[in-house]
Write a protein that binds this ligand. Sequence first.
Ligand SMILES: NC(=O)c1ccc[n+]([C@@H]2O[C@H](COP(=O)([O-])OP(=O)(O)OC[C@H]3O[C@@H](n4cnc5c(N)ncnc54)[C@H](OP(=O)(O)O)[C@@H]3O)[C@@H](O)[C@H]2O)c1
Length: 291
Amino acid sequence: MPRILIAGCGYVGQAAADLFQAAGWAVEGWTRSPECAAATAVRPYLVRNVDISRRAQVAEHAGSFDAVMHCASSRGGDADVYRQVYVNGARNLLEVFAGSKALFTSSTSVYAQRDGSWVTEESETKPARETGRILLETETLVLDRGGIVARLAGICGPRRAALLSKFLNGTAVIDPENDRYVNQVHRDDIASALFFLLGRKEEGAEIYNVVDDQPILQTECYRWLAQRLNRPLPPIGKLTDQRKRGDSNKRVSNAKLRRLGWTPQYPTFADSMETSILPSFAEIFSRNTRS
Ligand SMILES: NC(=O)c1ccc[n+]([C@@H]2O[C@H](COP(=O)([O-])OP(=O)(O)OC[C@H]3O[C@@H](n4cnc5c(N)ncnc54)[C@H](OP(=O)(O)O)[C@@H]3O)[C@@H](O)[C@H]2O)c1
């Protein structure tokens, strides 16, 4: 039975863990806080409380794994937190599990293009922010050890949808002069991509974009939501919020991963919304109404 360690068993990590477990892998998941480890203890695999930024803790829980996935998140955080979780975390995992196939979930925020152009894994990566540069530094560590880098687009899925939340809580703004492409991917499609990549026989350091088929202008997302939910469009205004990982405007291509045979279950924004996200929000609304 192949064995996988999922270091960072959060939103994406848990979905991946469930998939590997269902496919017959022996899974171990790590979280940083005891609360999160306790909350995930109901899962049908072992979940431990191990901080990957602490070398001694990682070494203390060393074991034999075919694959080790770094899927921990800085949850926002400043450059120091990024360095701890990503660079130090990856270095510790790579050193302690030197014989395992490594995979790091990076981000498409490393592409800083602002002209709406298509970007592939070959495109320039020049993030404007320190946090983006830290992700790139982590990628280099992983690639240098023959690992895989999965650059994830904006994650959406059940109970997680940034644009829908803004639309519903009234903070969405349509800024015609600053419209931009949004690149998203459903949590379950990320899990299937990670499973697909780690299940391949071929070894070797590679980067893959993990994103749906159709980048979409932010305004179009709001138009779609307004029509679907029968609500007014957000007001026209000036976008003032600075986005955590940079203010890029690009269309990220998934062609490399698709060429290998991965197929997203939710290829478009409308697909994810219609069949997964809106139903998950409806459940929350009705729970609120009942309580
Ligand atoms: N959010 C996005 O749209 C987006 C876009 C592109 C890429 N990504 C990347 O995708 C990955 C997965 O994100 P996610 O949304 O699944 O994150 P998440 O839900 O916040 O989960 C992160 C998990 O990592 C654990 N963790 C954090 N620091 C840790 C540490 N030092 N040691 C061990 N575990 C630690 C957390 O444990 P505790 O809960 O106990 O702290 C949690 O279980 C991250 O690498 C993120 O940067 C995210």
